[in-house]
Design a protein around this ligand. Structure first.
Ligand SMILES: Cc1cc2nc3c(=O)[nH]c(=O)nc-3n(C[C@H](O)[C@H](O)[C@H](O)COP(=O)(O)OP(=O)(O)OC[C@H]3O[C@@H](n4cnc5c(N)ncnc54)[C@H](O)[C@@H]3O)c2cc1C
Length: 276
């Protein structure tokens, strides 16, 4: 199929992108295009205007600032995957990135695009939730920051409003005593996960966050399992996951199978969280 007709504009700057979006409520932002272009071709999306942000170089940086690691929304998956800064300060994201699709897609796909799309089976939204990250958003009204906990609202639904653009994704930089765990089960490497788990165990302040993906309409904190794991009771944590999660079955796995796999992943990830 071919996409429905649309207008196209290449933004010269963030302000230009905001101005273009402001005048066209039906506009969509084009970042890596790895999800948007197939959606257009299948006519799942029919925007009046595409605002191409690929030329806005200020959105491409990955930088360390004030104890945080900042990803410009346009940073590509592949750039982050090969970044020493990410390996050092965001080891959870470094663990997750190779699971996203395939190299050709990671060369174009962007961190901001993945967060904005909010696919419930995607790796990065769950990592952001596990890390207690935040999303900076710009629009004609100015800038605002939304915590990851409040950003993912429903199936492909986020706190973004028309006219808003993600500029930066921030996470607290990893400290030497912090531990991170990541595991997913997919039919083939590079496929979206059947079930996945991203985990962060921070030392200062002491906090443990487990974020599942592929088991609901958004990434989901497993709070009862977190409490049990904090007590060091892995069996209780695995049992608690059944009450934390309420997955729907799909063509790949029944709800019961997903619950079981969530427990299997929890044991694997808990092993990664233990000090060496
Ligand atoms: C075959 C295939 C397999 C894949 N497998 C996986 C996988 O296993 N895991 C995974 O996580 N992803 C997977 N993806 C998706 C890939 O990671 C995409 O790159 C990502 O989902 C979207 O990023 P993008 O930059 O391509 O965004 P685009 O496709 O350009 O945009 C996606 C959506 O986000 C909006 N958007 C983009 N940037 C911004 C911004 N800065 N501010 C506000 N809105 C914005 C767009 O308007 C659009 O609605 C796969 C894709 C393909 C084609």
């Amino acid at each position: 199929m071919k996409p429905a007709p649309f207008a196209y504009a290449k933004a010269r700057s963030l302000d230009h992108a905001i101005a273009l979006l402001d005048g066209a409520p039906e506009a969509r932002i084009l970042a890596g295009g790895q999800s948007l272009m197939p959606a257009l071709n299948m006519r799942l999306s029919a925007p009046s205007l595409l605002v191409d942000i690929n030329r806005i170089s200020e959105l491409s940086q990955i930088t360390q600032r004030n104890g945080q690691l900042e990803f410009g929304a346009l940073a590509r998956h592949a750039e982050a995957e090969h970044s020493r800064l990410v390996a050092q300060l965001a080891p959870l994201i470094a663990k997750a990135l190779p699971h996203i699709a395939h190299p050709a897609i990671r060369n174009r796909g962007t961190i901001g695009g993945s967060i904005a799309l909010a696919d419930p089976a995607a790796e990065l939204p769950a990592c952001l939730l596990a890390l207690g990250g935040e999303i900076e958003i710009a629009s004609r009204a100015g800038r605002r920051t939304v915590a990851a906990d409040a950003f993912f609202k429903g199936l492909f639904e986020t706190a973004l409003s028309p006219g808003e653009i993600i500029t930066t994704i921030r996470i607290p930089a990893a400290q030497p005593q912090d531990r991170f765990g990541f595991a997913e089960l997919a039919r083939r490497h590079g496929d979206y996960a059947l079930v996945g788990l991203a985990a962060a165990a921070r030392a200062k302040p002491r906090v443990l966050r487990l974020a599942y993906f592929g088991v609901g309409t958004t990434p989901i904190r497993a709070r009862a399992a977190e409490a049990a794991l904090e007590r060091g009771d892995i069996d209780a944590a695995v049992a608690a996951v059944a009450s934390d999660l309420d997955p729907n079955g799909d063509v790949h796995a029944s709800a019961a199978a997903k619950r079981h796999l969530a427990g299997v992943l929890l044991r694997r990830v808990a092993a990664q969280l233990s000090p060496p």
